[in-house]
Design a protein around this ligand. Structure first.
Ligand SMILES: *Cc1c(COP(=O)(O)O)cnc(C)c1O
Length: 447
């Protein structure tokens, strides 16, 4: 496990707990006056990356990703477990490969994600779990062929479709039913999934009946129970409640004669976008207690599907201020990134910390209240509203923090905007892990 470079001079609003991104003092000329602080990703100044690769630009810290994975591993080291990183949070193949090399497994929700994992590391197939309410027969057949660890089945119809695919390809499918525990989790309604009214999972009360049917089917092997109550959940109580219900079900299923080797508790551990937690290890430890306590004595292999908690704080989106603009007393910074590059503010009203990449060290810079907006033709195209920021000028760089998860993964080509390049930094090295798209690549399928 690589250790991070020492977090030197780590200061400024909200910067303390983002070890991948640090402010470092920079002296200009012979005299100390005019000293500035420059935001770095590990050992590389972000301004240098922007200059070389252009903006908007996603930058990730490999060390931060690995540290967060290690924190998860450590928190669960007392129980048999496999971390199956949720690919949808950030599906860049190079990030998947980075995680695969540490022995990480993967949670996929489509045939496309399955392909990505196999390209990143074809030996990872045995550690893949496949989730999602609408798996097609083609996707399930591909997963069977790859020999994945577990299908998280979400309905009776899917169960029979999988049975059919399994018989056809003469491959046994290990299954868990994803149960819906009817547990409320405090999060944005779009990413809450554990209530009866949601489309996800099988109602926990009808699970036993369905397990009985599944166990009678040839080529289906009942192996576990799975649950996922939503995303960006910052309290541990709902996890404990959901796993408690799952534990009760596991006991009933075993009494019914099923062999339950795996409990998959899903993902969903949130991060604090406003004030990052002082110690991530503490957070994961609390989460681990909530998840493992109800399973005590059950002797199951635990599967975990964290996404956001692993990659979220490890990424930043760099953007340049194109124009300063004033409309009826309101100040706008029009930047070159837009909602197509990072949709979280528009979609969920999400907050992201925004900081100037270079700033006067003594914070003598005047503050001002601005809206940070993109060039897309929608009023929803904003990154911050009425945000107090140090004054920046046209051409200056801003970093939108905590954008490693559901940033690039949710990016689109709206307004025929090529998606940003992505850079993975490790110490002093920076690697382009996705080159910037060209407009022609976007419209060429139409020619
Ligand atoms: C989205 C999702 C995850 C990951 O959620 P995070 O909030 O990113 O940890 C895990 N499992 C399933 C089934 C998902 O749909």
């Amino acid at each position: 496990m690589t250790r991070p470079s020492a977090p030197t001079k780590n200061k400024g609003p909200g910067m303390e707990q983002r070890p991948g991104f640090v402010l470092r003092e920079r002296r200009r000329g012979l005299f100390r006056c005019g000293a500035t602080s420059a935001l770095h990703c590990e050992d590389i100044p972000l301004a240098k990356l922007a200059e070389r690769y252009g903006t908007p630009l996603y930058v990730y810290s490999a060390t931060a990703i690995l540290e967060r994975l290690a924190a998860f591993e450590h928190a669960f080291d007392r129980v048999p477990h496999t971390i199956c990183y949720s690919v949808k949070a950030n599906s860049n193949i190079n990030i998947l490969r980075l995680l695969a090399r540490e022995g990480c497994g993967f949670d996929v929700v489509s045939g496309g994600e399955l392909e990505r994992v196999l390209v990143a590391d074809r030996h990872a197939a045995g550690k893949i779990v496949f989730s999602g309410v609408g798996k097609s027969r083609e996707e399930m057949t591909a997963a069977l062929k790859a020999g994945i660890l577990l299908f998280n089945v979400e309905s009776e119809s899917e169960l029979w479709a999988l049975a059919e695919c399994a018989i056809r390809s003469r491959r046994e499918a290990r299954i868990a039913l994803r149960v819906n525990p009817d547990v409320a989790a405090e999060t944005h309604p779009y990413i809450s999934t554990g209530l009866r009214k949601h489309k996800f999972g099988v109602p926990i009360r009808s699970a036993r009946e369905l397990y009985a049917k599944a166990s009678a089917a040839r080529y289906l092997k009942v192996s576990g129970v799975s649950v996922h109550i939503g995303s960006q959940i910052t309290e541990v109580a709902p996890f404990a409640e959901a796993v408690d219900r799952v534990a009760a079900l596991v006991r009933e299923l075993r009494a019914d004669g099923h062999r339950i080797d795996y409990v998959d508790t899903g993902g969903g551990l949130g991060i604090d976008y406003q004030e990052p937690a002082p110690d991530f290890s503490d957070c994961v430890a609390r989460y681990a207690r909530a998840v493992t306590n109800p399973l005590r004595g059950l002797k199951v292999h635990l599967l975990l599907e964290p996404g956001r908690a692993i990659v979220g704080p490890a990424g930043a989106l760099l953007t340049s201020v194109i124009y300063r603009k004033e409309n009826g007393g309101k100040h706008f910074l029009v930047v070159d990134a837009a909602m197509n590059d990072l949709i979280r503010p528009a979609l969920y009203g999400a907050y992201h910390e925004i900081v100037p990449v270079v700033r006067a060290k003594n914070s003598t810079a005047k503050k001002e209240t601005v809206d940070v907006v993109g060039p897309v033709c929608e009023s929803g195209d904003f990154f911050a509203r009425d945000r107090e920021l140090p004054r920046v000028e046209e051409g200056d760089l801003l970093a939108i923090l905590d954008t490693g998860a559901y940033g690039m993964a949710l990016a689109s080509n709206y307004n025929t905007r090529p998606r940003p390049a992505e850079i993975l930094v490790r110490g002093k090295s920076a690697k382009v892990i996705r080159r910037r798209e060209k407009a022609r690549e976007l419209y060429s399928p139409e020619l």
